[in-house]
Structures are given as structure tokens and as C-alpha cells.
Design a protein around this ligand. Sequence first.
Ligand code: ADP
Ligand code: MG
Length: 232
Amino acid sequence: FNNELQRSEKMEIISDLAASVAHEVRNPLQVTRGFLQLLSSKEEEGKNKDYLKIALEELDRASNIITDFLTFAKPEFEQTKILHIDDEFRHIEGIISPMANLQGGKIHLEISDDLSIKGNSSKFKQAFINIIKNSIEALRDEGQIHIRAYRSGDEVYIHIRDNGEGMDAQTLTRLGEPYFSNKTKGTGLGMMVTFRIIEAMDGRITFTSAKGIGTESTVRFPAASSDSAPDS
Ligand code: ADP
Ligand code: MG
């Protein structure tokens, strides 16, 4: 027990530190990005423009990594409210559909009416966009992604199923480990952040997957009691 207490105290110090460092590094990154963007929009020719493009992309990459760590360090949210699952997924679909189309994949939504949970809207979107992005990146020919949500008992269930390349047992056990990625341009932070957000919203996530067949993730959250979200 002693050890555990020390560990959680340490974790708290580390996460405070990570949050403040991440904040301080992200701001100058974003300022630099702004100036690079200005430079690149002038009609410069030739190589300079390519270099600028790479610089901008790498800045975005650094900035995304910092945002992920920030979420990991401080996943608890200042603003929580009643989230309507159909609204959230309609919004997510708008962001993610163009990405799926680029891979020749289709997204199917099947969301029951009147589903709600308590949480933070932007974190919720971040968590599910990470999961669905992985599905899209795993798609091969005739890619399909099914998103289904319904209530069962006191819980809201959300299933994300794809017919992509699937994962072997070893990949499944390493999922969520920082920097674990099988992609050339992956950060290996997506699932780490998603797990953390879901945990902070009192949710649970599980995966089933078969190599060559596809992957299904199941997330469940405590349903928000209907009387806490009056419509009138
Ligand atoms: P990244 O996407 O940057 O690689 P993630 O944490 O999001 O990092 O995912 C880690 C790894 O888990 C991926 O590189 C991939 O190998 C595997 N993975 C996650 N989701 C899926 C999926 N739906 N289908 C196949 N592989 C997946
Ligand atoms: Mg990912």
C-alpha cells in the first residue's frame, strides 16, 4: 500500500510538470507556425516553398504530440455537461467522413434516440476520432466502418467496428502504450490518450480483433439519468 501511495503522489507531480511544460512549449510553436504560414503564402518559388511546407507539417506534428500529452497529463475536465450522443457523432462524422472517403471507405451510423452521458464534448470527440481514425487507416478494399450506440440497463454502449487489417494478440496487448505504433508516420499516442479520456469519464473500453478480418472496440459509459437533462 505504501508503494502505491508514493506512486500516485509521484504521478501527480509528473502530470503537473508535464502540463505546464506542454503549455509553455505549445505557444511559441503556434506563433512560429503563423509566421511560416505568412512566408509560404507569398508567391515564393522552388525549393523554399517545399522546405516551408515540411516545416509547417513538422510543427503541426510537434503541436499535436504536445496536445496529446496535455490531455494525458490533465484529462479531468473543467467543463462537463450532458452530452447527446447523436449530436456528438453527427459532428464527428463531419470531420471523419472526408478522411474515410479518401481511403475509399464508408461510415455507417446507427445511434439510438435520446442517449446521453456526462462528460466534456471536445474530449469525447478527441477520444472517438482517435479510434475511428485508426479504423480508417486500417481499411483495405471495400472498407466499412460501423458505429452503433444504444442503451442497455444503466449504461450507454458504443461500438466501432471495421473490416480493416485487424491486430494480432501482441498488438492488442500493447495498445495504449506510449509510442507504440506500427505506422511510418504514427505517433503511437492516440490510444494512450483515448484510454485516459474514457477513464476520466468513468467509461470502459475493450477491443476484439482478428488479423485479416477487422477490429471492434466497445466503449461503455454510465448513462446520464434522464431527469438531469430536462428538455424544457
Ligand atoms: P498510431 O495510430 O499513431 O500508430 P495508436 O495509439 O492510435 O497510434 O495505435 C497504435 C497501433 O495500434 C497502430 O499503429 C495499429 O497498429 C494498431 N491499431 C489501432 N487500432 C487499430 C485498428 N482499428 N485496426 C488495426 N490496427 C489498429
Ligand atoms: Mg492512431
